[in-house]
Design a protein around this ligand. Structure first.
Ligand code: NCD
Length: 358
């Protein structure tokens, strides 16, 4: 079994994502991640296990007895939520997931309130958290930071798992898990996710949720991906290369209305202008044709769904909010259940929850 303690940082960081996967798994050999860093760690079997566990947790939590059982599962563990980038849903749903499982939590929501402000290195901050907590859930504007911290911790005297809650423009694996969970549930009684057409629209160049979800979708058979964006914000080459290599059908387009007509799911995203190299650069791009409103709603099939990782600005008109095909509210709540499933699995409680009598 590959171990992060047996490979240097340079050698590890130079590996392809798929080759990194075995180094990040739980030592118990059940295929579950120990460190959760990118979408490439999840194959279809793992996704199905996590969706099944999320459904179980959701069901068990309905009764008081069940909820109290769940609250005891990880009552002996503590999690640190280390967020040095703004977040509402990702922070709160991880917090709620921890609460469901009984983990107690600590948090940093702004690097200005931690010793990093005094010049402490990320390595020292993370080592500090590992002295008090049993897991670090982290979001950072820095690409690759979660990966480096995972390697550092695994090579420290107190290794604890890292869960990447968004790293730069790069990856957002747990968002992709909740997106898959939402898609799987939406098509559960309608023939499943295989063979569906998923349309991504908005800022596909800088949206990390798109990169992670696009990859996870390759685990399903015959899912076609259509990328609709202004040319300046189109899907980056590395995402396209993964799809081409895997022989996945995809299309790069610029007409949302035509894409909506054939879509099973439309995944809208906001313009990520916080990454603009010069202030106001995104505002100069004409994004008016990349918004979902009443006209697009009228073109969407009756079983089609509208998704969004949120927060939204004006890329989905509020007139869509009460349509039964607007899945973004449920998507947000699904995040809590699938994150609880992942956290329970990282600590080795998948089987006991699946088999419990509730
Ligand atoms: C996304 C993110 O932070 O990448 N939000 C989220 O986690 N739900 C998308 C975004 O900020 O646009």
């Amino acid at each position: 079994m590959a171990k992060l303690t047996e490979i240097g940082w340079e050698a590890f960081s130079g590996l392809a994502l798929e080759a990194k996967k075995p180094y990040l798994e739980r030592e118990e050999g059940d295929g579950m991640p120990y460190h959760t860093l990118f979408a490439q760690q999840f194959d279809r079997a793992l996704l199905e296990r996590l969706c099944a566990l999320a459904n179980r947790i959701r069901f068990i939590n309905k009764s008081k007895e069940g909820a109290l059982y769940l609250k005891n599962v990880l009552a002996h563990k503590r999690a640190m939520l280390y967020f040095s980038q703004p977040s509402s849903r990702t922070f709160l749903s991880h917090l709620a997931a921890c609460q469901i499982l009984g983990l107690t939590t600590g948090s940093v929501r702004d690097a200005a309130t931690s010793s990093e402000f005094k010049g402490e290195s990320h390595e020292d901050s993370v080592r500090t958290f590992s002295s008090y907590f049993d897991m670090i859930i982290m979001r950072s504007p820095e690409q690759g930071l979660a990966e480096k911290m995972a390697w550092e911790l695994s090579n420290s005297e107190r290794p604890i798992p890292i869960l990447n809650a968004g790293s730069g423009k790069d990856q957002h694996p747990t968002q992709a898990l909740l997106d898959i969970y939402t898609l799987v549930r939406s098509f559960e009684t309608k023939g499943g996710l295989d063979g569906r057409t998923v349309v991504f629209c908005g800022d596909l160049m800088r949206g990390r949720t798109v990169r992670s979800l696009s990859y996870l979708l390759t685990n399903f058979k015959g899912v076609k991906q259509i990328f609709v964006a202004p040319q300046e914000l189109q899907v980056p080459a590395d995402v396209v290369m993964v799809l081409a290599k895997k022989g996945v059908e995809f299309e790069v387009a610029d007409d949302l209305k035509s894409a909506v007509k054939i879509a099973d799911a439309v995944y809208m995203t906001r313009i990520q202008d916080e990454w603009d190299e010069s202030k106001g650069a995104s505002a100069k791009i004409d994004t008016s044709r990349f918004k979902f409103g009443a006209e697009e709603l009228a073109l969407l099939g009756k079983d089609g769904i509208i998704m969004h990782p949120l927060p939204r600005r004006d890329e989905i008109a509020t007139c869509c909010d009460h349509d039964p095909r607007a899945m973004y509210w449920r998507q947000m709540r699904n995040g809590m259940w699938i994150r609880a499933a992942l956290i329970a699995s990282v600590f080795g409680f998948e089987k006991s929850i699946m088999d419990c009598g509730y």
